[in-house]
Write a protein that binds this ligand. Structure first.
Ligand code: KG4
Ligand code: ZN
Length: 342
């Protein structure tokens, strides 16, 4: 693939963030705007699809305008528009897709549908255009751990756009487990950050929760762990004493991080990779970041916190490499609510 100079407008509306971004040459973020709906959904304890879709409609054009303005640009300065095609909520995906189609049609620039998971991977490639010290390029082959609310999987990435799925969760995604455990412990939505916060003052060895190693595979399973936490909570509640929330949160987090870290390291060794890349909402978790950055065996690339959760810079970045590979989607491109990376 021959890389060529290009500014890509990225659009992301797969779940509960309405986002737009301008990225130059696949790595330099000229602007990245994210309008989060967290407060809207908090009262439901999770994302309410109908509400999400309507809110995307309300904000999408303002978010795109803001991204262009912050980049000091107009649509005339953009070479292609990249948009999340899936996986995600159908009603949310179509809002971004339709906005992208309108821009592609009006400006006669390529429309590029991007896989949201692939986007997360490219969040480890981008950096602010004004950064004094651009981070080094992640080297191939890479072991990629994707950990979000909907996915937990290991992929071997041999070069740009070349993904080999090694294994994934057989039940709950890691982020989903964080969200469910947060609810058991009466911690606020979204669960990941609140469990992490509660865990800060807890003892990670207070409870010995199970680890599902799924020996001989690169698969994960978190439902047994989730059930073990629930059983412990029920047992403790019966005693009438206050729940040791911090200790439960810390011990649960330790079990998740232990499995994610250990399996990622084993896979990196088994496939003799040059770097480890971690992305998706759960890559914001401090305990996971510390475990990965303090091992000295492989260079590790984890996006900054602002790019761990859903954003459009990652979509624009992934879109850039598809643009360079010649991808140009038709205006009848449909959204794919379920769409594996490989
Ligand atoms: O990638 P993302 O924004 O959306 C999906 O595509 O799923 O990931 C959201 C998930 C949620 O489950 C959230 O609880 C989790 O990422 N998360 C965290 C942290 N921040 C977000 N999990 C653990 N620790 C965190 N600090
Ligand atoms: Zn995501």
């Amino acid at each position: 693939m021959e890389l060529k100079p290009a500014r890509i407008l990225g659009i992301e509306t797969s779940c509960d963030e309405t986002a737009a971004s301008v990225v130059e040459n696949g790595r330099e973020i000229l602007s990245s705007v994210v309008a989060t709906q967290i407060e809207l959904h908090a009262k439901y304890g999770g994302v309410f699809p109908e509400v999400a879709s309507r809110q995307h409609v309300r904000t999408i054009y303002a978010v795109i305008d803001e991204a262009l303005q912050r980049a000091n640009m107009s649509l005339a300065d953009i070479q292609a528009v990249a948009v999340t095609r899936g996986p995600g909520l159908a009603g949310s995906l179509v809002v971004g897709m339709n906005a992208a189609k309108g821009i592609s049609l009006a400006r006669k620039i390529p429309l590029i549908g991007v896989n949201h998971l692939e986007g997360h991977i490219y969040s480890a490639w981008v950096y602010p255009a004004d950064a004094s010290n651009p981070p080094p390029e992640p080297q191939f082959p890479q072991m990629v751990l994707l950990v979000s609310g909907g996915h937990t999987e290991l992929n071997l990435v041999k070069t740009h756009l070349d993904y080999q799925h090694l294994g994934g969760t057989l039940d709950d995604a890691a982020g989903e487990a964080f969200d469910k455990v947060a609810r058991m412990l009466n911690l606020p939505y979204p669960g990941g950050p609140s469990v992490q916060k509660a865990a800060e003052s807890g003892n990670p060895h207070a409870f010995s929760f199970p680890r599902a190693w799924m020996e001989g595979t690169w698969n994960f399973s978190f439902s047994g762990l989730k059930t073990a936490v629930l059983r412990e909570v029920r047992r403790l509640e019966k005693t009438g004493a206050a729940l040791p929330v911090a200790n439960l949160a810390a011990s649960f987090q330790e079990a998740v991080v232990d499995v994610l870290f250990t399996k990622t390291m084993s896979a990196a060794r088994a496939f003799d990779v040059k770097s480890i890349l971690v992305a998706g909402g759960v890559s914001a978790n401090q305990a996971l970041r510390t475990a990965l950055t303090s091992q000295g065996e492989f260079p590790v690339h984890i996006p900054p916190l602002s790019l761990c959760t859903d954003n459009a810079a990652m979509i624009a970045a992934a879109g850039y490499f598809h643009y360079c590979s010649g991808q140009q989607d038709a205006l009848d491109l449909d959204v794919l609510p379920t769409w594996p990376l490989s």
